[in-house]
Structure formats: C-alpha cells, structure tokens
Write a protein that binds this ligand. Sequence first.
Ligand code: TMP
Length: 200
Amino acid sequence: MLITLEGIDGSGKSTLYEGLKERLSDLDPVFTREPGSPYLGDAVRQATAENTDPLAEAALFVADHAVHLSEVVRPALAAGKLVISDRYTDSRFAYQQVSLKGVHPDPKAWLSAVHRGWSITPDLTLLLLIDPETALSRVSGRGEREHFEQTEFLSAGQKNYLERAGEEPSRFLMIDATLPPETILDFAEESIRLRIGQIK
Ligand code: TMP
C-alpha cells in the first residue's frame, strides 16, 4: 500500500512524516520522499535554487519520480511493504502547474500525459491545508527562500491540491494543518491503520 503526504511548504508535512516514523514503527513501513533519488534529487534542488527553466525543472522532478518508483516504491510494494512518501506526484500537479503557467499552454494536460501509463497512484493521500501566509511565516526562519516560497505561488499551489482532492475524493484526506501536531498525528495514524485494515 502506498500512502503519500502532501501540502504546501510550511504546512507541517515534515513534522507529520517524522512523527509517523515513531507511531507506525510496528508496521515496519518504507519511509521515502520526493525529490530524493541520489543524484537527481540533487539536480532538482540545484534547479529550484537557481530558478532554472520551468520545463527543465518539471522534467527533472518527473525524472526523480521515475527513479524513485523503480528503485524504491515498486520493489517495496512488490515485497508487500507499506510505503509512506513525503511528497509524490500531487506535488507536481500543485507546484508545476503554477510554474509552467505561460510556459506551456496546458500544464495540467502535460503533467497528466507525462505520468500516464507508468506512474502509480497512491492508495491514500493525507493533504495538510493551511493559510499560505501562516505557512510562509513558518518557513521564514529557514534561510534562503526557494522561488516556490512566495504567498501567491503557495496559494495557487494549494488551490491545485484542492482541485486534485475534488477530482479524487476517496483518495484524499484533508487535514487542518493549524491543529496541534499531536492531534494531526493521532488522526493520521488512525486513518492509515484504518486504510490498511488494521482497525475497523
Ligand atoms: P521539500 O521542501 O519537501 O524538500 O520539497 C522541495 C520543494 O520542491 C518544495 O518546495 C516542493 C517542490 N516540489 C515541486 O515543485 N514538485 C515536485 O514534484 C516535488 C516532489 C516537490
């Protein structure tokens, strides 16, 4: 089973990810992330830091996803493991739909086409929702801002997440990211255990 965590920068996704490592240790899941493949992950980070061509950047995110699938996700699923990924394809639909605006006539169609036929859809996606201003104030102490870390960009990105959730309501669980971290963790843990059929 594949479970993904999504949300704009500053939504508390990484805190949730770290918390789930402890809470779900009895299930021995594979914890993974995008971007994260050994050298493509670095290339992606360099591309985002240098504000490179948006199509090149998007293609690098897709390349990273391909390596992530072939080297981590597919083998783990084939071995019957629970896989939990911090960001996955919905991040591209959220973020690259914004960065490709004006660069490609139909970013959503391009993103759909480029994933079709080989990518794997998650079984469950936990989407953290937050006011973009609040999210930005949370990341503002972290040093240099990526070009994604701007209010308008994150607002548009969150809208795209919500559109995805509206298109696939049974896959998405939306979580108010302003709730206390422990409450979010309790809800996320219970939702995951329910989905894998461990509790009824
Ligand atoms: P991170 O903050 O979770 O490490 O992710 C790095 C940044 O990359 C974050 O701002 C979201 C962005 N991103 C995309 O724009 N597209 C993608 O496909 C992924 C996986 C991340």
